[in-house]
Design a protein around this ligand. Sequence first.
Ligand code: NAD
Length: 384
Amino acid sequence: MKVGVPRESWPGENRVALIPSAIPGLTKAGLDVVVERDAGARAGFTSAAFERAGASIAGRDEVFAAADILLQVRSVPAEAGRLRRGQVVIGFADPLGSPDAVEAIGRAGAMAFSMELMPRITRAQSMDALSSMATISGYKAVIMAADHLPRMFPMLMTAAGTITAAKVFVVGAGVAGLQAIAQAKRLGAKVEAYDIRPAVKEEIQSLGARFVEIPLETTDAQDKGGYAKAQDESFYRRQREMMLKVVAGSDVVITTAVVPGKKAPTLVTREMVEGMAPGSVLVDLAAERGGNCELTRADQVIVHNGVTILGPSNPPALVPYHASQMYSKNITTFLTHLLGKDGAKKAGLELDLSDEITRDTLLTRDGEVVHTRVKQLLAAGARA
Ligand code: NAD
């Protein structure tokens, strides 16, 4: 059976789905790996390194035609026409944001799996690419903020005077937010953070940051999967009012607040930005989901009243070496899981749908969308 790794075609995507060190494990399991020429070049992995590790190198058409299983970082809807019946495609597909794209893959007859829909259970932790990529986003957000800030992060006592530590406020302390807190602390900043899930207060404090107490009723803020639940607009209005002072007093604000499948809540308004000191920086990690700040424009640098607002839509692509390394580990572990001990009946791909990981990530099969939530979104779209 052939595993194909195409070069990513999503704009700005520098990652590659598999890195050379993952290949010996796959060949040992009886899989041949074919990698598109220069697929890893932007991440620092040469075609020669892939060849040395045991892969063959081919052109794009050949990779798509030859592969029984395609490993991608991002499935691109325009490429659905290249897919064929029974071919397996694994990657990020934005199924809840772009259900139509999933439908197109389904129509091609391919069997698509979504890395985003990996259940958050202990058994799936090493396959959880959303978490590994969020770790990178949190780290990179702080580096970007530091780069744009006209101040330094650490407190320094020098012969030329004392430098005060930068004040960083992180809104949303999931995987990305916690890594942002840790990275800002590593650079010496004074860090505060807030999340609507009260459960994270201890995690914030254990990283040495202050939890900002906002007197809002948040007992019902978390769903069974540990994700935040959407709140009504009056909740977000009160949250904005209560965050106003902290935002105004911060040199750096990093927002990461998202609710799966929904537009990101607006937590920082134009007026709040106008309350910040000139030179301050806001990094909006929710940019791809519409942004937590009213002024965010994805992948643009906005300067408003001297405040810089960055909305990187794909920070892991800016750290492509390690992002590819982590993603490669996630996707190969998932592939090994899908194939199971009997190589999914020697790759007739008789999948075990009683398994939660396989069932929750499967999007399309036999020409149809089979994932319940994606089907619901498509039906709602058709009704609208
Ligand atoms: P996420 O990316 O969905 O959201 C980011 C953060 O924003 C979350 O912490 C969320 O609570 C917060 N948020 C949403 N609305 C907000 C608002 N109005 N104000 C402030 N904050 C707001 O979250 P995530 O990083 O994917 O993590 C969600 C949870 O899942 C965390 O508890 C995480 O530890 C857990 N998790 C579990 C596993 C596992 O068990 N395998 C793996 C990864 C994450």
